[in-house]
Design a protein around this ligand. Sequence first.
Ligand code: NAP
Ligand code: HSE
Length: 436
Amino acid sequence: MIRVGLLGCGTVGASLVALIDRQNATIQARTGLSLEISRIAVRDVSRARPIGIDSAAFTSDAMAVATDPNIDVVVEVMGGISPARELILAALAAGKPVITANKALLAAHGSELFAAAEAAGVDLLFEASVAGGIPFIRPLRESLLAEPVVRVMGIMNGTTNYILTRMTEGGADYSEALAEAQALGYAEADPTADVEGHDAAAKIAIVASIAFGAEVTSSDVECEGISKVTADDIAFAKRHGFAIKLLAIAERFSDSNGDELSARVNPCLVPNSHPLAAVRDSFNAVFVQGEAVGDLMFYGRGAGGDPTASAVLGDLVDAAVNLQSGAHASLGAFVPMAIRPSDQLAAAWYLSLRVDDRSGVLASIAGVFGEHGVSIDSMEQHSLSGPDDAANEARIDLIIHPALQSDVRATLDALGVLDSVRSIGSTIRVLVEADR
Ligand code: NAP
Ligand code: HSE
């Protein structure tokens, strides 16, 4: 019998309790171990919870659960940094393996927590923290341990992928689609973490740490969310054979000067021919490129109670089996690695401008691109004014060939001061063949 202490019983915790109930006989048959949820810490013990566990098991004293000598393994699914950090450290110090789904915590304090698990000689497992139900962390840390991974690129936030899919396919309004994602249990307690890219940034920081054995925290990740993506951008992308996706990307650059890495989250126009373009709704996918293995893709449900509970339960069984045999998984030490500034990264971009609709304007705009050595790949212009309209405004949408971000930035600055340019709208990266 493995006695489990559960910290948090919300979307993920309640699904985990139900899944253990359903699968315990199978787990026992396959491992000889039976799981029992012995105690549960929640914020509000008075709330009715239809999960079939005696109310005596509930407490608001989470530290008492984390350090209870009768608890064998602790599962942290409460979220947030504090008190989750202190609770996990206390459980590890008491010699208990810990399972967590908390990417925000691992992306901020992973090194400290992994070192504490190593010092205690117990597991700290976190499969559910990245890409929900997709078994990706275990393949990355075990199967791909010796693979020279060059790039990991993924759709790692279910809420934003759901919103973008609904806006693209159903013409839904942004806030309507966000409300649906929240009702389905995909969104974080504060959905700003989803839509502004912070949730995906935490996940790619964890992935970069493991893929490259480097110390990477959320603060190393350049981050832009989807809140500025417009219906016009989505329509442009559709007309030109792209899907707009929020991509989280970790990349390693190796040359004679050593290794550098880049970790970033940004919306991107993904060509429909790329497998990531076909990832819809709350599904996540992680695309790995290794020098030896080539391209790999992992696909599945990235959010929601049941898929996330599946990942937590896999870790829980693993930790229980390890506990019996006195073994534990080890990540090794992370080393510092320089971050390549984004200005030194090359990318293709989609740029949208509002300009005066009169002769000579296009020539002056094209001239600015030329002066900065930025090459235009394709261009589309629509007049926004009627024949008798004095506004004389046009919208110009361009895709540029890959260029250094510093040059793109300088081009946009120079365009911004042209009399004929009324405003610079969306600027979104484009995934091109060279990125694959
Ligand atoms: P949630 O529905 O908000 O549940 C949080 C639970 O933790 C609630 O039961 C809450 O108690 C309890 N709690 C919060 N603070 C507490 C405290 N200080 N002491 C005791 N209990 C406390 O959150 P969730 O969606 O299940 O997410 C949990 C974790 O999983 C987060 O780290 C999240 O990022 C991660 N995750 C979530 C998903 C997903 O799709 N939802 C997917 C992957 C990872 P009350 O019930 O009394 O409020
Ligand atoms: N809020 C997260 C998402 C949950 O939407 O992907 C899974 O980590």
